[in-house]
Each structure stands twice: as structure tokens, then as C-alpha cells.
Ligand binder design. Structure first.
Ligand SMILES: Nc1ncnc2c1ncn2[C@@H]1O[C@H](COP(=O)(O)OP(=O)(O)OP(=O)(O)O)[C@@H](O)[C@H]1O
Ligand SMILES: [Mg+2]
Length: 253
């Protein structure tokens, strides 16, 4: 909806897809209490690739876990797609994650016994899609990540970069509004890392997916639309790249 103002059409302010307001989270083990997130606030815009960079142990994975509803916060609020996650009961949270979020991890998290195609198809069956629709989406997503010819292979028969592309296809096939990636390139060499970050960038722009990636890999910084630097449980800086280097350079094969 546009707003008329002084005769001009003014775009309404976009509502962030994800928002953290003064979020705190601590872990206690024995006598030791670690304050991992310390009244952290941020707003992530839809349909772009946001990178959260920061040193090991600064709380990046914990931040992703609370933003995606996997972990509860001690204080503050998380709003995702208009819902306040703290208000949802466990079942509603589970449904939210199933229907609206996709995850990509450093270690790929693939099932050794399943083919690439089966890895992608499996979660779709839990979403209540018909078998035909699940298979159609699985094929389409694998083609999109350049694995159309390798769908029948198992993880042991795929390279690291290919495995991560299967994991991306698995997340993509759910058609989630929110895609979270935790160090998706750190197990990969530079060339494969590049392919993965290009793919994430392209997914944000061509599907309108909100992609939030955390990494301590400084090579990724130039490829994101926006970079938030995190340290000691807080966001220290927020920088926008005008024209990220990642670009459609064709489907990797
Ligand atoms: N379940 C847990 N129980 C206790 N402490 C935890 C737990 N999860 C994380 N921590 C602690 O919280 C801090 C932040 O961890 P987190 O995994 O979020 O960091 P990170 O920025 O993702 O690090 P890395 O770059 O190494 O992945 C660390 O000190 C870690 O030991
Ligand atoms: Mg981590």
C-alpha cells in the first residue's frame, strides 16, 4: 500500500522481516555464567543477504538460534514475519520453523544413506505437500543449485561444495521466507565458498528470501548487501554494500 503525500507517491517504510529488541541470553555452567547476547537489537530487511561477522565465540550461532526460534531468550523480544516468537507455544514455534524457515549449517547435516534428491524431498513430505509437488520442488531446487545431473548421488559421492549445495537446495525447496546460514563456507575452499555465497545472494534477490548468514570468514564481507559486525554479544557496526560483488554468474555446475 502506498501513501499519498504532497502529491507524491511515498513508499511506506518496509517492515523488517526479522527483529531483535534488547535481546539477552546467558549460559550457566557450574559457577560460570557467560552473557552471550547482551541487550542486542537489530532489524533485518527482507529480500537481501545480510552477513553477521564476528570473532569465534562472540555469539553468532546463539543469535541465529534465538532469531529462528530454536532457543528462547532471557530478556527482550524477537519478532519474525510479524509474530513475536516469545508469544508462541512450542507447537506454534515448531510450525513456524517448518513453514517459514530454512537452515544451512557448516557441516551440511545430510543423511549418509539418502540420495541428494531424497535429502531435499524428505522435509517437504512433512510440510503436507503432495508427493508430486514435493518431487517437483526437489528437482527444481537441485537444478537451481546446479546439481540437476547429480541428484541420485549420496553424500559420500559428492564433494564438500556439492554437499553444501544439496543443503541449500533442501532449504530452498521449502520456499521459506527466512533462510539462516551458520558458517556455510567454512568447511570449503575459496572457490566453493564463493559459489555458495553467490547462491545465497541470488536466492535473496530472485526469490525475495530474507537470508541471514553468520560467518567469521572475512572473504564473505564484500558479497553481502549488508554487514553487521558483532562482538561481545552486541552489534558494533552496520554497513551497507552498494553493489555487492556476488552476482548472477550463471548456475554453477
Ligand atoms: N548450550 C550452551 N551451553 C553453554 N554455553 C554455550 C552454549 N552455547 C554456546 N555457549 C557459549 O556461548 C558463547 C558463544 O557461542 P556461539 O556458539 O554463539 O559463538 P559463535 O560466535 O557462533 O562462535 P564460532 O564462530 O566459533 O562458531 C561461547 O562462549 C559458548 O561457549
Ligand atoms: Mg558458531
Amino acid at each position: 500500500m502506498n501513501t499519498m503525500h504532497s502529491g507524491n507517491l511515498i513508499e511506506p517504510a518496509r517492515r523488517p522481516a526479522l527483529q531483535a529488541v534488547e535481546v539477552s541470553k546467558a549460559f550457566v555452567s557450574g559457577h560460570q555464567r557467560t552473557q552471550v547476547l547482551d541487550r542486542l537489537s537489530l532489524a533485518i530487511e527482507a529480500a537481501e543477504l545480510t552477513l553477521i561477522s564476528g570473532p569465534s565465540g562472540c555469539g553468532k550461532s546463539t543469535l541465529l538460534a534465538v532469531l529462528s526460534g530454536l532457543q528462547q531468550v532471557d530478556g527482550g523480544q524477537v519478532r519474525a514475519l510479524g509474530s513475536e516468537l516469545g508469544q508462541l507455544d512450542l507447537r506454534a514455534l515448531e510450525r513456524f520453523r517448518l513453514q517459514h524457515t530454512g537452515f544451512v549449517f557448516q557441516g551440511f547435516n545430510l543423511f549418509p544413506a539418502l540420495s541428494a534428491f531424497e535429502q531435499v524431498e524428505l522435509p517437504l513430505n512433512h510440510m503436507g505437500l503432495t508427493r508430486d509437488e514435493a518431487r517437483r520442488r526437489a528437482r527444481q531446487s537441485l537444478e537451481e543449485v546446479g546439481l540437476g545431473q547429480r541428484m541420485r548421488l549420496r553424500p559420500s559421492e559428492l564433494s564438500g561444495g556439492e554437499k553444501q549445495r544439496v543443503a541449500i537446495a533442501r532449504a530452498l525447496a521449502k520456499q521459506p521466507e527466512l533462510l539462516f546460514a551458520d558458517e556455510p563456507t567454512s568447511a570449503l575452499d575459496a572457490a566453493n565458498g564463493q559459489i555458495i555465497i553467490d547462491l545465497l545472494h541470488r536466492i535473496a534477490h530472485s526469490h525475495g528470501t530474507t537470508v541471514l548468514c553468520v560467518s567469521h570468514d572475512p572473504r564473505l564481507v564484500v558479497h553481502a548487501d549488508r554487514v553487521l559486525a558483532m562482538e561481545d554479544g552486541r552489534i558494533l557496526s552496520d554497513r551497507r554494500n552498494q553493489a555487492p560483488l556476488s552476482d548472477s554468474r550463471g548456475t554453477p555446475s
